[in-house]
Design a protein around this ligand. Structure first.
Ligand SMILES: [Zn+2]
Length: 466
């Protein structure tokens, strides 16, 4: 079965085939580095991580580029308020972004280009647009003329009336609403409010608009037509609409073949906002004692086109689900039955594997995939006494394989013991053998304090993390 995606451009599910056989080019609008990542950002980025991992699982070589927006209205405002150079202001947020990616076990993109390092590429596109009659210079900048590009509005499905209304106006801000659809800024001429943030251009000193940054960086690294472009749904208009207009007007070629957008995240049923006190960065949640593992699980396992309601009960439920998987794998690792295989269970592993894969093939419906996993866990747990070591090995191998897609099982979960802990377990076994039960119990408690539970079985001690 082919992988299918819901393409925002057509509003339909489509079979996915990359332009170049075996390789997928994928551009992801990255963070604006003026703050730490919040859970809404993470939700979008994790959907993109799933997309990357799933295409890799399906045998594609994924070339993902994710930009860092280090010039826009917000970063400039922040650096000016602090009276420090832009680079000095964005640097700690760039570093924090990479730390957060690591904490949540993201698959790295091929490259994370910064806007400040691609000004000449942006200027070159703007020059092309002016030469082609798609852009014009004013006192305060260079603007894209939306009426010069007939398909303008095709992604956001703008209606003709709003286009006509906007055709007379101009908007200099990087972000604006559909209601104010207008000619938008490609280049903004320097004003005193920009402080030291400025670059030379044919139109005098100034800085690029936000939208041109993504056109320049995506096409530089991935070519003029990309397979996939992703982002949060709030980026669809104006950001992605404007990227299409700039790129297609400049090259005359289709810019993107599949547009994928992640739905909103709400917190306890409400829109997340600093003013409501329900605004959480990853760092906030870690400080509250939640594990990266359960945060990843919660944000990762809801289908990306469904709004995600983030709740603290949801994190607890994620913990419980992870514990079920951990316990299941723990039990399987300690199966000692070398008898005949139960053919029904062997068949079940096959059908559930297929269900897991079919679920995610269908527009990355990971909720469906997780459902198939838990069905497998439930059914095998019910007949655990007839699970043979061979079947247990196969099930464990399956989980190890899909961990390349999930990325949360090995994240701070049960792994290997370090040498010191292994020596403690050996010392406890030795103490028991010498009938020094007090010493054995002392060691058991010491391990327990480290979160390691040891149990004795006829085949020797087994352990798990608690
Ligand atoms: Zn972008």
């Amino acid at each position: 079965m082919p992988v299918r995606f819901y393409n925002t451009m057509t509003r339909e599910l489509e079979d996915f085939t990359p332009l170049q056989q075996g390789t997928v080019t994928m551009y992801t609008c990255g963070p604006t580095v003026y703050n730490f990542l919040h859970i809404g950002n993470l939700r979008s980025f994790l959907f993109e991580d799933l997309l990357h991992r799933w295409l890799t699982y399906r045998g594609y070589n994924v070339r993902q580029i994710m930009n860092l927006t280090d010039i826009d209205d917000k970063t400039i405002k922040g650096s000016q308020a602090k009276k420090i150079p832009l680079a000095e202001y964005t640097e700690p947020y760039k570093k924090a972004f990479f730390d957060d990616l690591k904490t949540l076990n993201f698959t790295p993109a091929e490259k994370y280009p910064s806007a400040t390092e691609h000004i000449p590429e942006m200027v070159a596109i703007i020059e092309k647009l002016i030469a082609g009659g798609y852009a014009y210079e004013t006192d305060d900048g260079v603007y894209f003329k939306i009426t010069s590009f007939a398909p303008y509005g095709k992604l956001a499905h703008l209606d003709r009336d709003s286009l006509r209304a906007g055709a007379s106006g101009r908007v200099a801000n990087d972000e604006y609403e559909k209601e104010t659809v207008s000619d938008f800024a490609l280049w903004k001429k320097w004003t005193p409010g920009d402080g030291d943030v400025k670059w030379d251009s044919p139109w005098g000193e100034g800085r690029p608009g936000w939208h041109i940054e993504c056109s320049a960086m995506s096409m530089k690294y991935l070519g003029e037509t990309l397979d996939i472009h992703t982002g949060g749904v709030d980026n669809m208009f104006p950001h992605h609409e404007n990227e299409i207009a700039q790129s297609e007007a400049a090259t005359g070629k289709p810019f993107v073949r599949y547009w994928l957008h992640a739905a909103h995240l709400v917190v306890e049923g409400e829109k997340m906002a600093k003013s409501k006190g329900n605004f959480y960065t990853l760092r906030d949640l870690l400080e509250k004692g939640y594990s990266p593992r359960s945060i990843r699980y919660l944000l990762y396992t809801t289908h990306y086109r469904k709004p995600l309601n983030f709740t603290f009960d949801g994190i607890k439920a994620a913990d419980a689900s992870l514990k079920r998987i951990d316990d299941f794998l723990f039990t399987l690792r300690n199966v000692k039955n070398s008898g005949e295989a139960d053919s029904a269970l062997t068949a079940l592993l096959k059908t559930q594997t297929e269900k897991f894969e079919a679920g995610i093939d269908e527009d990355l419906n990971i909720a469906e995939g997780m459902g198939a996993l838990f069905e497998l866990i439930r059914a095998v747990n019910e007949k655990m006494e007839s699970v043979t070591t061979a079947l247990a090995g196969e099930i464990i191998a399956f989980f190890e394989k899909i961990e390349t897609v999930l990325g949360f099982l090995s994240l701070g979960g049960p792994g290997e013991l370090n040498e010191e802990d292994m020596e403690l377990i050996a010392a406890r076994t030795a103490a028991k053998k010498n009938k020094d039960f007090a010493r054995a119990d002392e060691i058991r408690k010491a391990l327990l304090a480290k979160g390691i539970e040891v149990r004795d079985t006829p085949d020797g001690p087994v352990w798990k993390r608690i």
